[in-house]
Design a protein around this ligand. Structure first.
Ligand SMILES: [Zn+2]
Length: 264
């Protein structure tokens, strides 16, 4: 067996037998792989910090095409400290990670998806608006699930002229002239669809500032939820958790705002 050097992001870790662990790592050049790490449950194991979920590391190990792979050494590249310390960022990151994992086959090289995930984690860690990072990933990952949505052109006439509305039956956007073609058009505002269109064509690295109201953000969240439930059909626990947390967070903010008003 040959040792090699590689980079990877830890997706999750779970106990295996009494003292060992299985660690799933998205590697830069070999896709997602399951690694067997002997004795990892001992607190002083040398690989403890480089097998923490949601961290970026460089490793030396043996990569097998099928079955389990093995780690010999690890060197931390980023712990994404802000994510580890903030429960809301952590909820976003863990949903993104689960969605990425669900969107690709194990043991197949996915360098572009790897790059998306790495960039998304850095963006969250650098405190970019987490909802935007998550929505951007949802838009991009649709391709992995085999759902190709053209956000730029009317599905019927090809017109690029907005405002657009979204048609589930036609799996795409319709221009104003063709809204009447679908009696079940989603109520999503054209403004929300415009932002999705912008996000779909902008790499996360180039998203610097997004002016977006809570109402529009909520509309985009709902649109993505509809699209994922209709065309992808997966339900992730981490998504329900994130939704609950975000709702709590919003009501906390409201509460704070009310208090501030009261104090005036
Ligand atoms: Zn049209």
């Amino acid at each position: 067996m040959k040792n090699e050097r590689f980079e990877g992001i830890v997706l999750f870790k779970r106990p295996h037998r009494e003292k060992d662990n299985l660690v799933k790592i998205f590697t830069q050049n070999h896709g997602t792989k399951m690694f067997f790490v002997k004795g990892l449950q001992k607190p002083n194991h040398p690989l403890v910090s480089t097998t923490l979920p949601m961290t970026l590391n460089e490793y030396i190990g043996t990569i097998n095409q099928t079955g389990l792979s093995f780690l010999t050494e690890g060197n931390s590249l980023s712990l994404f400290r802000s994510i580890q310390e903030d429960y809301l960022l952590q909820a976003h990151a863990s949903y993104i990670i689960q969605l990425v994992d669900a969107s690709i086959e194990d043991n197949q090289n996915h360098p572009q998806t790897y790059d998306w995930l790495k960039t998304a984690l850095y963006a969250l860690d650098n405190r970019m608006l987490p909802d935007i990072v998550t929505i951007k990933m949802e838009i991009d990952l649709l391709k992995n699930f085999g759902v190709a949505i053209n956000w730029h052109q009317c599905r019927i006439c090809g017109s690029q002229e907005e405002p657009f509305k979204f048609s589930m039956t036609r799996q795409g956007v319709l221009c104003q002239k063709h809204w009447q073609e679908d009696p079940y058009l989603l109520p999503t505002s054209p403004r929300a669809i415009h932002i999705v269109k912008q996000l779909s064509q902008t790499p996360i690295k180039n998203i610097h500032q997004v002016n977006i109201s809570q109402t529009t953000l909520k509309a985009i969240r709902q649109l993505m939820e509809e699209i994922y439930s209709e065309f992808v059909g997966i339900k992730l626990k981490s998504y329900s958790y994130l939704k609950k947390l975000s709702a709590m967070d919003a009501s906390m903010l409201n509460l704070q705002a009310k208090r501030t008003n009261f104090e005036k």
